[in-house]
Design a protein around this ligand. Structure first.
Ligand code: ADP
Length: 316
């Protein structure tokens, strides 16, 4: 069974805003799905739909086979959610926060305590469990919220910008913990983020959104292959021939798009047998950032990616 199935889903808000148009995808259990797109792309709308908070105006969606519209209550219990704006109760301790949410989920006290102990440990919060949350750092609060979202043993975990407001070190720390917990708990993760750098570290599957439309979906390799496997060969030397699709590479030299090792080998052989001198030759594979931008702006696929990147790998 798929963890999440979205079939031709559309959402038009009462204001007339079209937030989602004809979106379809399936996420198998255990995947860490990165749902990426700029502000206003429709990511939060999709999360709210999949949690049974909003109804779609077209199409169907289900979580573990449960219809998100007709079985919203059951879907709610299956899902853990950490939204960008979520906040723990500052005047309660970390443990008290978890106990409070455990009771809201109808968990018995014994189960709450054993789950809380394990999650606090995983989040490196055990020694802070009896401190009031107002004394926590922003990173500690996020980790507590992550523990809270996982307390009732959800099958699907929705994370909306889980690293927002964190410095790079705390972001890396939270990302690593998400990665670790996913393995440990075997949950399916639906991660909405601008932070491509962190998404690339933990995601196994991607969906690229723009203005309510799904521009690309699949594993990194599948998405890359669909764009023609954009590895590039960067060459530095003298008397180099003019190669098809070549561009100047930063730091001097030139870069050419290549399909595979065999093509690289052929290019290098041709240069050397043709009297060229090679000082440097290296392959550069696209990262998530390049891949993502190639789907956002399909007409500009190629090697002219500089200038579209944002500082720190954030989605523009
Ligand atoms: P994202 O999470 O990718 O930033 P959203 O799902 O929040 O995108 O928003 C998608 C579009 O829907 C945007 O144009 C936004 O202004 C609009 N939108 C979001 N929520 C509402 C709402 N409650 N009522 C009307 N329009 C909304």
């Amino acid at each position: 069974m798929q963890a999440i199935t979205v079939e031709k889903v559309g959402k038009v808000y009462q204001s007339g805003t079209k937030a989602l148009s004809d979106v379809s995808f399936e996420i198998p259990q255990g995947e860490v799905f990165g749902f990426l797109g700029p502000n206003g792309a429709g990511k939060t709308t999709m999360v709210r739909l999949l949690n049974g908070i909003l109804n779609p105006t077209a199409g169907h969606a289900s979580v573990h086979g449960l219809d998100v519209t007709k079985q919203a209550g059951e879907v709610h219990h299956l899902c853990g959610v950490l939204t960008e704006t979520a906040a723990p109760y500052e005047s309660l301790t970390g443990l008290e926060n978890l106990k409070f949410f455990g009771r809201l989920h109808g968990m018995d006290e014994k189960r709450i305590l054993s789950r809380a102990a394990g999650l606090l440990q995983a989040m490196e919060l055990t020694e802070h469990r009896d401190k009031k949350v107002k004394a926590y750092s922003t990173g500690m609060k996020k980790r507590l919220l992550l523990a809270r979202a996982l307390l009732h043993e959800p099958k699907v975990l929705f994370l909306d910008e889980p690293t927002s407001g964190l410095d790079p070190e705390a972001s890396a720390n939270v990302t690593a913990m998400i990665g670790g917990l996913v393995k440990q708990e075997g949950v399916t993760v639906f991660l909405c983020t601008h932070q491509l750098k962190y998404a690339e570290e933990i995601c196994t599957l991607y969906g690229f959104m723009q203005q309510g439309e799904l521009m690309g979906f699949g594993t990194f390799e599948e998405l890359l292959a669909r764009q023609g496997g954009r590895t590039r060969l960067v060459l530095r030397g003298e008397n180099l021939p003019v190669l098809a699709g070549a561009e100047y590479a930063s730091g001097g030299g030139m870069a050419v798009p290549v399909r595979d090792d065999a093509e690289v080998s052929e290019i290098l052989r041709n240069i050397l047998t043709g009297g060229g001198q090679l000082y440097e030759a290296r392959q550069e594979r696209w990262g998530l950032e390049e891949l993502y931008f190639s789907y956002r702006e399909p007409k500009s696929i190629g090697l002219k990616l500089e200038g579209k990147k944002e500082e720190g790998g954030e989605v523009a």
